[in-house]
Design a protein around this ligand. Structure first.
Ligand SMILES: [Zn+2]
Length: 277
């Protein structure tokens, strides 16, 4: 597995989290200035017979500080044409935006797996005058980036709780988006859980899991899902890959009283063996 940085998104977290006072206090206590440079991570899994990319970064949608995934993919010795499988945790600019640039498919030989609820919500659904301006913008971006794969018949709908490839299963995690999906990858006793946007701010939401982010489609459900996944990760001890925890976003979770803590595993610039969990 290779972690690919797509770059960063500068964010005033106090303006996008649901509890600005808590956000300001936590970042100040951490001596971190706002805006923070939120990581955008994506993950490449080489199964030996498949090259699987989990999320695609932002492409051209979020400016020059992101959209670096393909540069970093090439730097790690792979070409975008070699990717045969893309697993989207969800449709949003910073996860599916890298699929296409100027409506050109960046991964011409890949099949893209996505949950039908996200596809309908962000791409194929009917336009509705009640939609907010920001949702309309996301829909427009999603049609431009996911759309070319639909036209090329390269979209596959995820069957939740079943195997997508040998050792890779999809698990529905609704809330942040309706079809938000995590992927569990298992091999010879090793497990890693790619959970997308279960959390956006390690500094705030491990201690305050009830804090939501303005991009949550269903904030109430997002909190329920986050708590369930924190508990699952803390109890099982499995390795978690998190798209917006500082690069490379790999670590374990432990419970401390009513809060949770992130225990990052050390960054490794070379091939490293993972502990057999
Ligand atoms: Zn995201």
């Amino acid at each position: 597995m290779t972690v690919l940085s797509d770059g960063n998104a500068p964010r005033r977290m106090d303006q996008i989290l649901s509890k600005p006072d808590i956000a300001l206090a936590e970042y100040e206590a951490d001596h971190e200035a706002l805006p923070i440079n939120l990581s955008i991570n994506a993950y490449l899994v080489n199964t030996g017979s498949h090259l699987v990319l989990i999320d695609t970064g932002a492409g051209e949608l979020l400016g020059a500080r992101s959209g670096l995934l393909i540069t970093n993919l090439r730097a790690s010795g792979y070409q975008p044409e070699q990717i045969d499988t893309i697993l989207l945790t969800h449709i949003h600019a910073d996860h599916s935006g890298g699929l296409s640039v100027a409506r050109l498919r960046q991964f011409p030989n890949a099949m893209v797996h996505v949950d039908v609820r996200d596809l309908e919500y962000f791409v194929t659904g009917k336009d509705n005058p009640a939609q907010s301006e920001s949702l309309r913008k996301t829909i427009q971006q999603s049609r431009a980036t996911v759309g070319p794969y639909l036209e090329a018949k390269r979209i596959l709908l995820i069957k939740q709780d079943s195997e997508i490839l040998p050792g890779i299963t999809a698990h529905s995690q609704p809330g942040h988006t309706p079809g938000h999906t995590a992927y569990l990858v298992e091999d010879q006793g090793h497990q890693i859980f790619f959970w997308g946007d279960i959390i956006h701010s390690a500094e705030v939401q491990f201690a305050h899991f009830e804090v939501t982010v303005q991009y949550d489609v269903d904030p109430h459900q997002a909190v329920e899902t986050r708590l369930r996944q924190f508990e699952f990760a803390a109890q099982s001890g499995l390795l978690v890959a998190s798209d917006h925890i500082s690069f490379p976003g790999l670590g374990h979770i432990r419970k401390a009283g009513s809060e949770y803590r992130w225990a990052p595993i050390p960054y490794s610039a070379t091939v490293a063996e993972l502990c057999p969990k």
